[in-house]
Design a protein around this ligand. Sequence first.
Ligand code: HDD
Length: 703
Amino acid sequence: MGTPSDGNGKQRQREAYHAEDPASGPLTTDQGVDVDHTDDSLTVGERGPTLMEDFHFREKLTHFDHERIPERVVHARGAGAYGYFEPYESCAEFTRAAFLQDPSVRTPVFVRFSTVQGPRGSADTVRDVRGFATKFYTSEGNYDLVGNNFPVFFIQDGIKFPDFVHAVKPEPHNDIPTGASAHDTLWDFVSLQPETLHAIMWLMSDRAIPRSYRMMQGFGVHTFRFVNAEGRGTFVKFHWKPKLGAHSLVWDEAQECQGRDPDFNRRDLWLAIEAGEYPEWELGVQLVPEEDEFAFDFDLLDATKIIPEEQVPVRPIGRMVLDRNPENFFAETEQVAFHTANVVPGIDFTNDPLLQARNFSYLDTQLIRLGGPNFAQIPVNRPVAPVRTNHRDGYHQGAIHRGTNYFPNSLGGGCPAHVGAGGSAFTHYTERVDGATIRRRSPSFQDHYSQAALFWHSMSGWEQQHIVAAFRFELGKVDARAVRARTVEQLARVNGELAAQVARGVGVPEPSAEQAAQVKQVSPALSLQSLRGDGSIRTRQIAVLVADGVDAGQLGSVRETLAAEGAVVEALAATEEPVTGTDGQSYTVDRSLPTVASVLYDAVLLPGGPTGTPAVTGDPDAVRFVRSAYRHGKPIGALGSGVGILSALEPEGLRLSTEFHHMISDRGVVTDTAPGAAHTDFVRAFVAAIAAHRHWGRPPLRC
Ligand code: HDD
């Protein structure tokens, strides 16, 4: 990597950083003076006043007092990781961007995932958009793709951003609610600003509660422009598709998870990378020739619209792998500074008014957040490309600049000089724009309902049910009845049945559905059902509930297969004492039931044996565990006596294995009462159930 001053600076900076690492030598002051004692301040006598001359005390406290910087006004809570991007083939036909030319070139990246509404200390599994921001350290300079896990945004023009953010953030009089959109001001805004509706449909869907950052899509949202070496432009939309598929939580589970493990998504990312299970996404692009700019029934410059994948297919162009956790959260994840205007030759903007506003806002915000104009010198923000500017001085200037600081100059040998025209320089795309100064939204931006309806109609039955439940939950938390009613009236313009169901749930009149948007075709690509990924169960967390008397043969066979498939299997028991199996051997317990909960796992296995699982002996934690997994649609495997606990819960109508019927798999509940080790067909069915993630349409439990 280069530095603003010279090529050796980076190395020096690194050395300095490590010299400051307290682990690598004796404790010193900021001035490098060794310290012999940091536990007691300097006082007059053992019980007397503290002395001003204790410079070590004063320095320590002063530094501590200034440890916090302003958190991001949005996307304050996040988690990041390093990795690399590599293209599948050259994209030279469409873009000259160097990092998209050669499949043998790996470009380093840093990615930060985030929630939007909550502060730094809020929980991970809130209902919210997730940020998906990628910094590519390319050979031509840094390129930032600052996207989200939704392909659309809530507003069309960035001048509305402060209004939208004020509305969704905690209310100003009491700073409530934290990390939630279920409150009056957001829904007041939504009910008055129908352009929000499409993104609101996404927010009410399960996309807003991802199971893992590793299992969610990312989108650049805006229409950007690729520019090739001949200067020809092509409109482009960016898509990240996770290799593991896109999977979500259910709302009840997400809420419990906020208490059980507020760091659920952050921990998941960290642990997967530590375990060498590197998350991977495929980068895809939708390309639209410039001459087709007006070929759609929406405006390509409108960030509240998608181009349905069935209309313009997503073309895979490369893959990104995250393979390294940061070493210091503050230095890297907190101080990383993304900016939509960080582009490289070959990638350019369009006149999307939301994007234009962002191109102002991101630089502006870093100036205060990171304390001045030199934040690009912070290691995580530094380009690998050499940096030579005439920018000087300012807070936190780390470079020792030499020579002249203006252009043109002769005294500095004319350096830094311009590169010649047509060379490696970024050249803004030449676009002719005519028009009178005007403060008015284009009529082509006015249809706010068609794509919200497209989304609704493209959902599977269970996804629609979850959306209705989410609207009922959110509006049910809104005190102002008029706001509830107005929102439902807006929903009636999306879909009559949706509006009616929500209206019934929140006790407002059912509006007429006459005005509902017509949908000519659906987009199956929008449903989570179409995003199953590679179908593997790698990194899924499987709980095995064990107790003394567990059938050792069954435990061993299923455990082995699950582990061989890449799943993470944990044995849970009433306490962390090892349990004794039917073979007389002792088996390790990974965690005790009171310290965990079903919401922290993807599936549960109940092995057999006379008293093989704690659920059989009526352990209330175990019974709650199984009940909760069942309600959340999670795969449950039960063998021998383990099946008994399921029958005791009386899922009326669900088919379970009996002595006459061996392995039975019904809506993700896989049971087998056959004696002996787990049979291959049981293991296969259980693995398939885990790969499918969740199972809907289960009958309720009677007990
Ligand atoms: Fe933004 C942060 C994504 C619209 C102004 N935004 C931020 C982050 C992401 C996004 C992922 C966190 C970056 C990080 O991890 O540090 N924002 C989006 C997307 C948008 C969008 C996908 C619409 C397509 N944003 C948007 C608008 C504005 C901003 C319209 C202002 C006009 N966003 C900001 C910001 C933030 C930010 C205030 C807060 C912290 C930061 O920039 O670095 O400038």
